[in-house]
Design a protein around this ligand. Structure first.
Ligand SMILES: CC(C)(COP(=O)(O)OP(=O)(O)OC[C@H]1O[C@@H](n2cnc3c(N)ncnc32)[C@H](O)[C@@H]1OP(=O)(O)O)[C@@H](O)C(=O)NCCC(=O)NCCS
Length: 157
């Protein structure tokens, strides 16, 4: 898999079973609502998933989603703190989007915590816009979700 911003430091890859423990660690470090290793493994088996690896094979990012109708729903995405702002998240979104397009999806949608401004800026850069809000969608802490959506064929720079 290629992306214009990939380089020798990291690359996208298909996840191995053993990668989901590392993904769960990234999730905890990023304070995301916990899914955990078992749920990731199960979701990846039924949906779409990719990891980013460092040159020594460590997982430094992951994305997981599923297709519902003509829409790619992104379930979770995280990049290790020390690997952020290097294009890893953009590459994961673009590559999962390409896989979903190949399966007929035309839009992408996701929920993001209302307080997660960094992720909202990131998704805007991926071509998504806020299209709705879900009250008290998240737990620990309870918080609204913003629903963001966009076309799969545009804006993923
Ligand atoms: C959101 C996240 C996945 C972005 O991953 P990333 O690899 O850093 O993203 P990229 O390097 O591809 O960023 C692309 C662009 O998005 C925007 N962006 C990314 N992080 C941003 C931030 N913290 N603040 C503002 N804009 C940001 C910038 O425009 C960036 O381009 P630039 O670096 O040239 O300015 C990452 O910050 C992360 O894992 N956060 C914690 C987990 C999380 O919140 N996941 C989303 C759950 S819904």
């Amino acid at each position: 898999m290629q992306d214009r911003r990939q380089n020798a430091a990291w690359r996208l890859d298909r996840p191995q079973e053993s990668d989901w423990a590392a993904a769960a660690r990234l999730e905890r470090a990023a304070n995301l609502s916990p899914w955990g290793e078992v749920a990731y493994r199960r979701a990846a088996a039924h949906g779409l998933a990719l990891v980013a690896r460092t040159a020594d094979g460590e997982v430094c990012g992951f994305i997981i989603g599923h297709i519902a109708g003509d829409t790619l729903e992104v379930d979770n995405l995280a990049v290790a703190a020390e690997w952020r702002r290097r294009g890893v998240g953009t590459a994961l979104m673009a590559a999962l989007g390409a896989q979903a397009r190949a399966r007929g999806a035309r839009r992408v949608t996701l929920e993001v915590r209302a307080s997660n401004i960094a992720a909202q800026r990131f998704y805007e850069r991926c071509g998504l816009r806020v299209v709705g809000q879900r009250g008290a969608y998240y737990r620990e802490p309870v918080e609204d979700a913003l629903v963001m959506s966009g076309p799969l064929d545009g804006g993923q720079t």
